[in-house]
Write a protein that binds this ligand. Structure first.
Ligand code: IVH
Length: 630
């Protein structure tokens, strides 16, 4: 067996050890666990992991929160080269430069055997959230290191190449990484393929910051793109960084500079907020401070009322920015905005403007949350972090935006917003299915409508009476059921009937769907039941040919126990390569549960029997993939 398979086994054992002894909530049976241990004993009898089983796990790891022995401070910021250069006058010697990765800070503790013991988020800097069980699922974090009783601090983040597939549904890789590391189901954390940049080592005396970086690299941490530079290389280092960072596979929001000499670091010390020996240089031209004029509230196609900041125009990265979305009510409340406050605006990834923070609150009047819908004037409701129009069915803007979305999703040409407004105001089209019953005569009643155009528009509608399932799902205009998720659901379940039966739990077992998305999808589909029935009178959903892309196309698999003839990862890769999908939990829609020989009674098995799912042993599974090979 290869070395990394031993590593995988050790990771699995430590994770299940934690579930059993710390959380008292095992996911596998005692026999399954013993099976893993026997296997490791055979493969690597001297593994330090064997010593950890059931042994004195510190009480602190049982709590939901973990106290930081040394506070996790913030970084002071600089926005121009001049102040950065001025700062370097405070100390002697070189600097260590590293990318400021946009993720979330975490502290990873290693015990006296150098084995991962527990992990916490930064939290408020003094107390963080216990994320130990999910940290086991981040392959970029070594399980054991050749240093005892130490703490590694760094940034958990998601590579842009991984984020690509979630772009439509999630605001930023940072938000998604934060959600992924706090998943209730650790298997899901694993699927998000998170990365980790280590930037600090506590518990080992070093003379230089650079020594720490080298040690961290030796321990197996990525400390990507860090460099040691002299003061007179500072300007050039910024220029090189600005040129190179666009090619990095992660989002950066600046450069971190630290004093290399530890004795100089000690001499400079720290404030309550930040160390004086480090500085974050925020990317030039991509952020700036300006005044907030007002907040405008706009109603979306689903009736969500979203705040948008109107700001004093500011030029950032070559474009003048005069407004920026504040995303949702929760974010608006958090920012605690006042008229004329000074606010910091950045262009995320150099493109999307974002109001990051209030730099000076000012004395202007507080900005109010609307008590009525800005479009229809009726009442509003608040759910979680969102504000909604309470009567979206009768709200003109909501309905028009919704129809506009429907037309775009089905790619019906010729129906711009203006025509939709006219059709709505003339009471010809109130909801999507009304488009399907429109006649040339109806259209000819409208101003500026000629025979040729009317015929063309009706013809455009009639060509869209057969659509793909993915397109149909997208056209429903449900929050969080965008292009990517529609495709996942269509590929996975193949029929609208199956998708309409899904509950939140089943949706959450799908890679990339979290609890909020699941909730929105279930609620959205429920709310649109009548609309769907009406649409299906006129629109047919094209049948997907299940064998078109691979022999296991659309077939879903869950594994339990340890396979004898291949690693779990290899088995999963094989299924995926044949067009199948891997789920982490048994759902009613599952096609196969593969049960390895050593798997005993487990929740997965019980559920599979209850739902009458096809259960395969390892031999049968190999046959399926073997046959498929031919
Ligand atoms: S050094 C005292 N290095 O930025 C904190 N921080 O705004 C010393 N960050 O909470 C941190 N990349 O989570 C350091 N290469 C890097 C970093 C980095 C991202 C984060 C870190 C910190 C935040 C401060």
């Amino acid at each position: 067996m290869k070395k990394d398979s031993i590593g995988e086994l050790e990771r699995e054992i430590l994770f299940h050890n934690y579930r059993y002894f710390v959380l008292s909530d095992p996911l596998i049976s005692d026999q399954e666990f013993d099976g893993l241990v026997v296997k490791l004993k055979k493969l690597n009898p001297s593994s330090k992991v064997l010593r950890q089983i059931g042994s004195d796990i510190p009480l602190s790891t049982k709590k939901n929160i973990i106290e930081h022995s040394i506070p996790m401070l913030s970084l002071d910021k600089s926005y121009d080269l001049e102040s950065l250069e001025k700062w370097t006058e405070n100390f002697n010697g070189d600097l260590v430069q590293s990318p400021k990765v946009d993720g979330l800070a975490a502290a990873i503790h290693y015990n006296r055997d150098g084995i991962l013991a527990c992990a916490a988020t930064r939290g408020n800097g003094f107390i963080g959230e216990n994320i130990t069980q999910n940290i086991f699922m981040v392959d970029a974090i070594p399980l054991q290191i050749p240093l005892s009783n130490c703490e590694i601090r760094g940034e958990i983040y998601m590579n842009l190449s991984v984020f690509k597939q979630f772009k439509e549904t999630f605001k930023s890789p940072r938000n998604l990484a934060a959600g992924a590391i706090k998943q209730k189901n650790p298997e899901k954390t694993k699927e998000f393929n998170l990365s980790f940049l280590a930037y600090d080592l506590l518990g080992k005396e070093c003379n230089e910051e650079w020594e720490k970086i080298e040690l961290l690299r030796k321990f197996g941490f990525h400390s990507v793109n860090s460099k040691k530079i002299s003061k007179n290389e500072l300007k050039q280092s910024v220029e090189v960084f600005l040129e190179e960072h666009t090619q990095y596979d992660y989002e950066v929001d600046g450069i971190v500079y630290k004093v290399n000499s530890m004795s100089e670091q000690k001499r400079l010390g720290e404030t309550n907020h930040h160390p004086r020996y480090a500085l974050a240089y925020k990317l030039q031209g991509e952020s700036g401070i300006t005044h907030l004029f007002a907040v405008e509230w706009n109603v979306s196609r689903t009736g969500t009322i979203t705040p948008c900041a109107i700001i004093e125009p500011i030029k950032l990265s070559g474009a003048v920015i005069n407004r920026t979305s504040l995303h949702n009510l929760g974010n608006f409340k958090k920012l605690d905005l006042r008229k004329n406050a000074k606010v910091m605006i950045t262009r995320r990834g150099g493109v999307i403007p974002n109001l990051e923070s209030v730099t000076s609150a000012g004395r202007g009047e507080a900005l109010e949350i609307p008590k009525e819908c800005p479009s229809c004037g009726r009442s509003v409701v608040t759910r979680d972090d969102f504000l909604y129009c309470a009567h979206p069915q009768n709200c003109r803007n909501t309905q028009i935006s919704f129809l506009e979305h429907f037309v775009k999703a089905l790619e019906i040409d010729g129906f711009g917003r203006k025509w939709i407004e006219i059709l709505y105001d003339e009471k010809l089209v109130k909801e999507p299915s009304d488009l399907c019953t429109l006649t040339i005569e109806d259209l000819l009643k409208l101003p500026r409508m000629g025979d040729v155009l009317a015929e063309k528009l009706i013809n455009n509608i009639s060509t869209k009476k057969s659509v793909t399932l993915e397109q149909f799902l997208l056209s429903l205009g449900i929050d969080d059921l965008g292009g990517a998720v529609s495709k996942i659901l269509a590929d996975m379940f193949g029929s609208l009937e199956k998708i309409l039966e899904l509950d939140e739990e089943e949706l959450m077992s799908i890679h990339s769907i979290g609890d909020i998305i699941a909730k929105n999808i279930v609620r959205g589909l429920e709310e649109r039941k009548e609309m769907i029935t009406k649409l299906l009178r006129f629109i047919t959903i094209e049948k997907i040919n299940p064998v078109s892309k691979g022999p296991l196309q659309n077939k879903t698999f869950v594994f339990t126990g340890t396979l004898k003839d291949m690693t779990r990862k290899d088995a999963e890769t094989k299924v995926k390569s044949l067009g199948g999908k891997i789920l982490s939990q048994v759902t009613k829609q599952l096609d196969y549960l593969v049960v390895a020989e050593d798997a005993k009674e487990s929740t997965k098995l019980k559920k599979a029997r209850e739902y009458e799912i096809h259960i395969l042993n390892e031999k049968e599974f190999l046959e399926i993939i073997g046959k498929s090979d031919k």
